[in-house]
Write a protein that binds this ligand. Sequence first.
Ligand code: 4AD
Ligand code: MG
Length: 461
Amino acid sequence: MREVRISQLLNSGEPGQTVVVEGWVRSRRDSKAGLSFIDVNDGSSLNSLQIVAQNSLTNYQDVITQLTTGSSVVVRGTLVKARKARVEVEATSVELVGDSPADYPLQKKGHTFEFLREKAHLRPRTNSLGAVMRVRHELAMAIHDFFREQGFIWVHTPIITASDAEGAGELFRVTTLDSKTPPLDDNGNIDRKQDFFGRDTFLTVSGQLEGEALACAMGRIYTFGPTFRAENSNTARHASEFWMVEPEMAFCDTVGNQNLAEAFIKHVVSHALHRCEEDLAFFDQRIEKNLIQSLTHVAETPFERMTYTQAITELKKSGQSFEYPPEWGRALQSEHERYLCEEVLKKPIILTDYPAEGTAFYMRLNDDGKTVANMDVLVPRIGEIIGGSQREEREDVVLAKFKAHKISPEDYWWYLDLRRYGTVPHAGFGLGFERLVMYVTGMKNIRDVIPFPRTPRSAEF
Ligand code: 4AD
Ligand code: MG
């Protein structure tokens, strides 16, 4: 494989330089003057590189004038100046590597995203999905940079776990038992003691609980890995398999957690603005008007911070007619979140201190006895992008919460140990990585920011 990629040639190639270009043909145009123009894309850049092939090339008639969209080529030649401060390649040879017959599905531009989802193996070759993949990559890199600079270490929590971190019961079971004739115990229930791990096991919904154990040793950690939810909600923002970023900090309270979340989002958004200029300009033009302006605004202005109780007051006095009337103690619906975020404040909001009832067992109980020290970060267009909290570090309070949540303390003996031996205030959050990618690209459906998405009733590829 050659060393130089098309993005480098377009950005900093020197006219006169001899080059080898490997990629896929986007289009070919033959001119009457006896030469052809071939646009080649190699995935490194939104822009294709124009190749000029003269009819003096030996395979001009047989190969070059027959080149079709989607075929793969290796081009050798010289970089020359073209119009509009661009460069192109004057070819000395064009070699066809793999042709692409007329049934290639991505013939014309302007396919719908729904159509492209059915061609998930080919869609990275389109402008939009190619740009999504590059931005996704840059965001992942920015995340690692941010935490590394802040002294966090990246830890790898298990994908197969025995605990339900969110207590929401949205678990995919991991089993090797025969589904038709599973072994039964004396009560006629499936005997999990005979299963592969000798107990119930599931795909993780969150690395948080194990992350807490690591933070209570290493001080500052983060996870960045796949999580799974068997949640039957078919929305544009939910996937059954998605990546989560979960920092966890020892000796940290809820305000420290909020500060980290804000600095974190600002950092990764700024990074994308600097590193993905071309791709973001494309999204701004084609997908979400004023995307760059709104991202710049997010990177520069302080987020709003508001308690759940203040939010309910605000919603009630708004005079808006909501489908679900806002009432203290009830869950906030996305219509409420969107109203606050998009109509009232027009910027990200950190909503804190939700009613204790209905929240996860690990969230620290506030002194009022009614609310918890949690937060959701909401951003315009997406809604919730981050969920997190200060953790309940007091053993007696955790035990009381277990009782209320009907969780057996024996199953979480190790989690209790962390409260028994050198317990410490600690806090953390989870960012849905795909929601971040949607936010930064302006893409409207989570299925279009994951190369091979998994959603209810859909696991092709
Ligand atoms: O709010 P959630 O459920 O919080 C947790 O899992 C905590 N254990 C995190 C922590 O404190 N360490 O999920 C965190 C984020 C959400 O804010 C959302 O962005 C994303 O994960 N998320 C999903 N993204 C895509 N598809 C789904 N089905 C998602 N469910 C949650
Ligand atoms: Mg949440």
